[in-house]
Design a protein around this ligand. Structure first.
Ligand SMILES: *Cc1c(COP(=O)(O)O)cnc(C)c1O
Length: 226
């Protein structure tokens, strides 16, 4: 089942890429495995996926200690400062730096672990109160500059979540806002390469708007049971 879902999804992603003149190889598929069992993760691995995303710190830590296959773990959820220590060893990329204080903690923990931590800044592009992310442009620029100067942090791009709606114009607006900000930062010399945007319900629009990382859960594993 999971294998079939991945096959269908891959075909869909490739066809969207073809239609908008992009290459499939420029986009990373991250299977969002939050709440999923180790068994389900292994099925996705067997189907050729090796990037996985988790949104809870202890869950990422526990799963990364139980599976020894070659997995790239992505942390994609809201991260409390006191939980950075759980994920710093195993995360290839933290998508959700949403404050300078959090960046400071990541810098310290990365130093302690002798690693250079790849990160993205999470940007709030929707008005939904439940969503996290940097909003204010001064704050975005100062956090970007902070990450740029921190030796144990490698800032490679931006992440956002579009609002939960069927209104395609609103979703697209959220993604173009992220891409415009990305271009603006790059004009200031920051050299960002990654745009993490697109989930099960909006990945087609995200690909059209330049996404380089899709975070997809339900389309791979089915509806989640919390
Ligand atoms: C759960 C989650 C996803 C995946 O959501 P689906 O709709 O199941 O594809 C993507 N990004 C984040 C930050 C999430 O928490």
């Amino acid at each position: 089942m999971i294998k079939d879902n991945i096959k269908v999804l891959e075909e869909e992603i490739s066809s969207i890429c073809n239609n908008c003149g992009r290459h499939r190889s420029d986009i990373k598929l991250i299977a969002v495995s939050k709440t999923q069992s180790i068994e389900n993760i292994k099925q996705a691995l067997l189907a050729g996926v090796n990037e996985f995303g988790e949104n809870r710190a202890q869950e990422l830590r526990d799963k990364s200690e139980l599976i020894f296959d070659n997995i790239n773990w992505h942390f994609i959820g809201h991260l409390q400062k006191n939980k950075v220590k759980y994920i710093i060893k195993s995360s290839v990329l933290i998508h959700s730096i949403d404050s300078k204080k959090l960046a400071e903690e990541v810098k310290t923990r990365a130093e302690q672990n002798n690693k250079i931590q790849n990160v993205l800044l999470e940007i709030k592009t929707s008005k939904e109160a439940t969503k996290f992310g940097l909003l204010n442009e001064d704050e975005i620029f100062s956090t970007t500059q902070y990450c740029f100067e921190a030796p144990s942090i490698n800032l490679i791009g931006l992440m956002t979540m579009a609002p939960f709606t069927n209104d395609e114009k609103i979703i697209r607006g959220s993604f173009t806002q992220l891409r415009n900000l990305f271009e603006k930062l790059n004009k200031n010399g920051y050299n960002l390469t990654e745009l993490s945007m697109g989930m099960t319900n909006d990945y087609r629009i995200a690909i059209e708007e330049g996404s380089t990382m899709l975070r997809i859960g339900s389309a791979i594993f089915g509806e989640r049971n919390y």
